[in-house]
Design a protein around this ligand. Structure first.
Ligand SMILES: [Zn+2]
Length: 615
């Protein structure tokens, strides 16, 4: 193929009507040209590859065409159109790529050109691509021209990042927002291109390409070119997913069936299978999220149009969606979303994904499947709570014992007792005013039922932490904490042995269950290394004193969770700081990012491939 032209260029639209997926927008532009109501400056915003530059070029060509067709398109034959179509391009159209020409000098050269009126044709059109890349001084230099442009000059600024355009420029532009192109539009266009090129395609394969392109036609066409050459013009589903490294849809359908049938072991084996094929766990999680989302929209005829898949696939989704309760879908989505958020920072990514699958397989269980009857027990607690409250205030007034607060965050009576229980005198809090209320201390230790380990986030179990410090888990009411306590006497069960593996699970589980306002703590905890020192003692190894302080500040709720999880109130925690790294100052964002790159070289790779930058 000596004259091979990539499809994105070969099939670049030459008229407004051939632009795919931007009908409303092209109609408006056409209308503006026909009525002669042209602005001086346009701003075309939108994601990459959705037709901004293409529309800018068509616009430039059309306004200079001397013989427009009745429906407002350029004729393609007049002198202006022909010069535009030639490689040299029209003298009246200038394109500047601000990504590589972003200096003041570049803008000066351009503004000097603006002063010269067009030799033929009516308008000179300046297309400035990636305009957000202009330096501030270049922006300012450009502003002067935008303020008083000659009548014949029209500027079309294109950007993927509208928020980076300074307001003074924005206010001078007529703004057009280009949306992503729908998968249906993309597949239809790819099909048309394939037919012209004599390439055979399977609808599923085109759907995958459309999905991969994320609403950008240019990307879709270049992926299509890539797959076409890989498959020798036979674009089948199997070859496409192989070439694009996409996880087969079938896996998602099978995993979802496994969740519904609670076949946890099968789902873990399937995960092993998928990872064995070289796929990344995060791929699976995000694909699975999309799958569940698709199931969710398939349940309701109203949202069915949101499902951007082929007809055959649509039927498959509808069939599986009929088997899913909305509650299952919401919860499973939440579980996977949490997994997705934690994936990047997790030390044990595989375990994280496995946990998510196990949780998802339990997502449709009822909250009260444990047979508890909270309604009956709550009044018991309410009385206790009232007495606790009164004795607390009484204690404050009457006792007036000066009690130094070594751990200022410890305001919960339950926690205090918990510490007292641990037998560590340094941690005994001034709980004397409350302790007579519940004489049996052991009963006061609320516990997470171990068999509910994986569902604890969803309110089946709770941790004994008061509202001020934040309870891990959904059920924040103290009443529920008491329910768990009264219902599940800790003394009835033997302690679980403290092992590194189990400790890691409970540690990460606690971190994962932290509410939004605790995100910093959550991220720190995920990165900590825990080591079991003795049957009742473990150490947390952290990078610097700041992290150590944060862990210590939340020591009680962390310990409470660990103690409950192991059913061992004697467990103690030490926090040790890695002194070898002098990281005691607070890292700047750049430093953090540099460290992230150091720790994980694939970030550097990502940065390169997607030309990312830190904002
Ligand atoms: Zn023309």
């Amino acid at each position: 193929m000596p004259d091979y032209i990539v499809s994105a260029r070969k099939y670049r639209p030459a008229t407004f009507s051939s632009v795919v997926g931007q009908t409303a927008l092209t109609a408006t532009l056409k209308n503006a040209i026909n009525t002669g109501k042209l602005a001086n400056t346009y701003l075309f915003c939108g994601p990459r590859g959705v037709g901004k530059t293409t529309c800018a070029r068509i616009f430039a060509k059309t306004i200079n065409c001397t013989n427009r067709t009745p429906d407002g398109e350029a004729c393609g034959e007049c002198e202006s159109c022909r010069s535009f179509n030639s490689e040299l391009r029209s003298y009246n159209v200038f394109e500047l790529d601000a990504a590589s020409n972003n200096s003041v000098d570049d803008i000066r050269t351009l503004t000097e050109q603006v002063r010269i009126p067009p030799m033929n044709g009516k308008y000179k059109v300046y297309i400035i691509d990636e305009v957000h890349m202009l330096s501030t001084s270049a922006f300012n230099a450009f502003l002067k021209t935008l303020e008083e442009p000659p009548k014949y000059a029209i500027f079309i600024l294109a950007t993927t990042e509208k928020h980076k355009i300074i307001p003074t420029i924005l206010s001078r532009c007529q703004i057009y927002d280009f949306g992503r192109i729908s998968n249906a539009d993309i597949t239809a266009h790819l099909k048309a291109v394939a037919e012209k090129e004599g390439i055979t395609t399977e609808p599923e394969a085109l759907a995958i390409i459309a999905e991969k392109s994320d609403g950008g036609m240019r990307d879709a066409l270049s992926i299509f070119d890539q797959v076409t050459s890989f498959t020798n013009g036979q674009v089948t589903y199997a070859k496409t997913i192989e070439n694009l490294n996409v996880i087969d849809y079938d896996y998602y359908f099978r995993l979802t069936d496994m969740f519904l049938e609670k076949r946890i072991s099968d789902s873990l084996l399937l995960l092993n299978d998928i990872l064995g094929k070289g796929f990344d766990g995060s791929h699976l999680i995000s694909g699975l999220m999309l799958h569940l989302r698709n199931l969710l929209v398939s349940r309701d005829p109203v949202t069915l149009p949101l499902l951007e898949v082929s007809d055959e696939m649509r039927e498959r989704y509808k069939a599986q969606a009929a088997k899913c309760q909305p509650k299952f879908l919401y919860r499973a989505l939440k579980i996977l979303n949490d997994c997705d958020l934690n994936y990047r920072v997790s030390k044990n990514k595989r375990l994280l994904v496995e946990l998510a699958l196990i949780q998802a397989a339990q997502a449709d269980e009822d909250d009260d499947s444990s047979g508890r009857k909270p309604a009956r027990l709550r009044p018991v607690f309410n009385k206790t709570a009232a007495r606790l409250q009164s004795s607390r205030s009484a204690g404050n007034q009457v006792q007036a014992t000066p009690t130094p607060q070594t751990q200022p965050r410890s305001q919960s009576g339950l926690n205090a007792r918990n510490d007292a229980l641990s037998g560590n005198p340094s941690q005994v809090q001034p709980a004397s005013g409350m302790s007579p209320v519940i004489p049996d201390r052991k009963q006061a230790v609320p516990t997470v039922k171990s068999d509910k380990l994986f569902t604890s986030i969803y309110g089946n179990s709770v941790s004994p932490i008061n509202k001020k410090t934040g309870i891990p888990g959904k059920d924040h009411t103290p009443a529920a904490a008491s329910d768990a306590a009264l219902n599940d006497p800790a003394s009835a069960r033997p302690a679980k042995p403290l092992t590194d593996d189990l400790l890691t699970i409970h540690w990460q589980e606690f971190a994962a269950s932290l509410p939004r306002q605790d995100t910093p703590l959550k991220n720190r905890m995920i990165n900590c290394k825990t080591t079991v020192l003795s049957p009742d003692k473990f150490d947390v190894f952290v990078g610097n004193h700041m992290v150590a302080d944060e862990i210590n500040a939340s020591r009680e709720r962390i310990l409470a969770h660990i103690r409950e999880s192991f059913n061992n109130p004697a467990i103690e925690m030490t926090v040790s700081v890695d002194e070898s790294r002098n990281m005691d100052h607070i890292l700047t964002r750049d430093e953090q990012y540099a460290r992230m790159k150091e720790a994980n070289p694939s970030i550097k790779e990502l940065e390169k491939v997607f030309s990312l930058e830190l904002h």
